[in-house]
Each structure stands twice: as C-alpha cells, then as structure tokens.
Design a binder for this molecule. Structure first.
Ligand SMILES: NC(=O)c1ccc[n+]([C@@H]2O[C@H](COP(=O)([O-])OP(=O)(O)OC[C@H]3O[C@@H](n4cnc5c(N)ncnc54)[C@H](OP(=O)(O)O)[C@@H]3O)[C@@H](O)[C@H]2O)c1
Length: 344
C-alpha cells in the first residue's frame, strides 16, 4: 500500500514539474503592417529549418488586424485573418502572441491578456515598453511565461542582448547612439545631398521612413522611448520618456549643417545616458555635432549605432539597420528562436 502511494506521488510530481516537450509552437499575431508582413514572410521561409534544428513546427495560426477589407500584399490564407482579439487570446492552443500593432493602450490590453493567459509574448512596441516595461516583466514572471522585445530598439541590431551581457559581466557607465532611423535619414539627406529640412522630410516620407504623422520621430520622442528601454537594460532603472530631456530635429537648418561641415563635423540626433560620479543617471536626446572621423558621422539613412561604455571592457559600438520590414522582422524572429531554445 505504501509503495502504491509513493508511485502515485512520483507520477504526479513528474507530470507537474517536467515541462512537456513541444513539437509545435503555435503563434497568434496582432498586426500585419510593415513589420507583421515581414514576420509572416520570414517565418514561412524559416519553418523547415526550425523543424530540422529544433524539432518544432512553428506556425502562425491567426492574425488579428483592424481593417478586414484592406488588400494585403502578403500571401496569407484569408481564413487566418480575424478582427476579434479573443480568437487569439482565448484560444488555448496558441502558445505565443506577437504584438505588432503599435500604439499604447490597445497593445497594453492585448499583451496583458496574453501574459495572464500564460502565452509567451513578443512585441516591438517601444512606446508601451517605455512606460510599462517593469510591470509587464513582473506580470510575465508571475505567470511563468517569457516576454521578449528585441525589435523594440534598433531593429535588427542586438543592442538589448549586448547590454544584458555587459551588465552581468561588467558594469555599464554610459550608452550613446543614433537610435531613430527616420530622423537620421532626414539629417543624412540634408548633409550629403544639400536638401532643405522640408525636402528631406518629403523624401523620407516617399521612401516609407516616416509615419503619416511624423511628430513622434522629428520631436525626438521615439528616440526617448527607445532610450528608456535601453536605460532599463544598461542600468536597471526605469526612466519614462517624459523625464528624459528631449530635443528633436525640427529646428535644424541647412545653414547650421553647412557650418558644422566646414568645421569637420556632422550633425546627428544622439540619445545618451550616463552615470555621474555620485551614481546619478543623466539622460537626454539632442542634436550634436560629431567629428567626421567618428563612426556616428558615417551612420547614414535608416542605420543605427550604439556605443556602450563598460568599466572594464571600455567602449564598443554596435551598428546596423534600425528599421524597416525585414530588419525588424529579423529581430522578432530572433525572439521566436529564443523561445525555441527555451523549450529544448
Ligand atoms: N516599421 C518599423 O520599421 C518598426 C521598427 C521597429 C519597431 N516597430 C514597431 O513595430 C510595431 C508595428 O509597426 P508597423 O510599422 O508594422 O505598423 P503598421 O505598418 O502601422 O501596422 C500596424 C498593424 O497593426 C494593425 N492594428 C492596428 N491597431 C489594431 C487593433 N486595435 N487591432 C488589431 N490590429 C490592429 C493594423 O491593422 P490594419 O492593417 O488592418 O490597419 C496593421 O496591420 C510598432 O510598435 C512599431 O513601433 C516598427
């Protein structure tokens, strides 16, 4: 009798503590715009490779959008599209939610519901993270799921991972970089082609680098949101964008750019944060004149660059495409791979 009891106990314990080995990872995605379309395409391209490498079939099961009548450029079966978030959030077979809608409050509702439903969650939404990151991380932890957001800052450039690594093995003293591709495109066009601010703004819009309302980019707010997320990973502090001193590029003139060029300098919108000798964090986003020899000066168009200065390692610079459908999708897929590794 006592043997039977102990065997039953072992069965229950194994069932509750050893995670089930997954052979499928089912994704529900919110948003099929610039980034969502890229994620759909790249994931389809990688499906066989993931099945081979991880033994897990990764599929997008449903995609929630706002406008059901829109023509979609992606080749996606129509029955996968839904306008009802519950079709994803209340579907117990869905393991992972990818939020690529943007905006703050609707995205927050979706992410919180996904985490509470114990679905791993991936997002690229720096606006939401800048305000809610610590709370969402706690919510994920309490529900025993993972929250990944590599694509939220610097697109394809793995800056958050680099900060996590430096912070655990060293200590970070400062971060400084170009983190907004749209404003960098405008400044690059003014510098290299001699365009006026308005002409460069128009070109950025034509190339698809700007939202219909470019205010968040040109006011420096987008850079401040990204800086907030970077600060969290570099220093473990949560500083919301409204307390980060922020200037944009609206006041820039061709005259100022030409004057700095004649002094061997290039104007860039720089986001930076550093700890002073008393451990106080200083953070701001502002236009700066950068010496022509510095890598930032040759960081053009939608490219981003981030310099991380750690106490022992010294300065290091990461550089790459910070925006666009495929670069951003590549970071989102990187987060899916992270989840796959966690399942092994
Ligand atoms: N674009 C980039 O290069 C880039 C880079 C890094 C990070 N991000 C971030 O990635 C996210 C997505 O950006 P994006 O450029 O792909 O945006 P986007 O092109 O405007 O696409 C947004 C998508 O979300 C859908 N959507 C919006 N509100 C919705 C709602 N309430 N319910 C369901 N679906 C909704 C839209 O549906 P409809 O198609 O029906 O309108 C659209 O498919 C944002 O958080 C952005 O900050 C973007």
């Amino acid at each position: 009798m006592s043997e039977l009891v102990s065997e039953q106990f072992i069965d229950i314990a194994e069932e509750s503590f050893i995670p089930k080995r997954l052979d499928r990872l089912r994704i529900g995605m919110f948003g099929l715009g610039v980034v969502g379309s890229g994620v759909w395409r790249v994931l389809r391209e990688k499906r066989n490779e993931f099945a081979y490498r991880f033994g897990i079939d990764v599929t997008i099961e449903r995609v929630c959008v706002r406008d059901g009548s829109k023509d979609r450029e992606v080749d996606l079966p129509i029955d996968l599209i839904t306008l009802n978030p519950a079709d994803i959030l209340e579907d117990e077979s869905i393991d992972v939610v990818i939020e690529l809608m943007g905006g703050r409050y609707e995205a927050q509702t979706v992410i919180e519901a996904a985490l509470k439903a114990r679905k791993h969650t991936i997002t690229a939404n720096k606006l939401l993270l800048a305000y809610e990151l610590p709370r969402l991380r706690t919510l994920a932890e309490r529900n025993g799921v993972n929250l990944h957001y590599s694509a939220s800052v610097c697109g394809s450039v793995p800056v958050l991972r680099a900060l996590d690594n430096h912070r655990s093995g060293d200590s970070i003293e400062a971060i400084r970089g170009i983190v907004n591709g749209s404003t960098n495109f405008i400044l690059s066009s003014m510098t290299s082609s001699g365009l006026s601010y308005n002409e460069a703004l128009l070109l950025a819009r034509e190339k698809g680098f700007l939202e219909a309302d470019p205010t968040l980019d040109v006011s420096g707010q987008d850079a401040a949101q990204k800086l907030s997320v970077l600060i969290y990973h570099a220093f473990g502090l949560h500083m919301t964008p409204d307390v980060i001193e922020t200037d944009g590029i609206e006041g820039i003139t061709s005259q100022r750019i030409a004057t700095e060029l004649s002094n061997g300098k290039v104007i860039k919108l720089i986001a930076e944060a550093s700890l002073d000798a008393h451990g106080k964090l200083n953070a701001h986003v502002a236009l700066q004149a950068i010496a022509r020899e510095h890598l930032f000066a040759s960081t053009r168009d939608e490219f981003n660059a981030l310099e991380i200065t750690a106490r022992h390692a010294g300065p290091q610079i990461l550089y790459g495409k910070g925006a666009g459908s495929f670069p951003t999708a590549s970071a989102v897929i990187g987060d899916v791979v992270e989840l796959l590794r966690e399942q092994l």
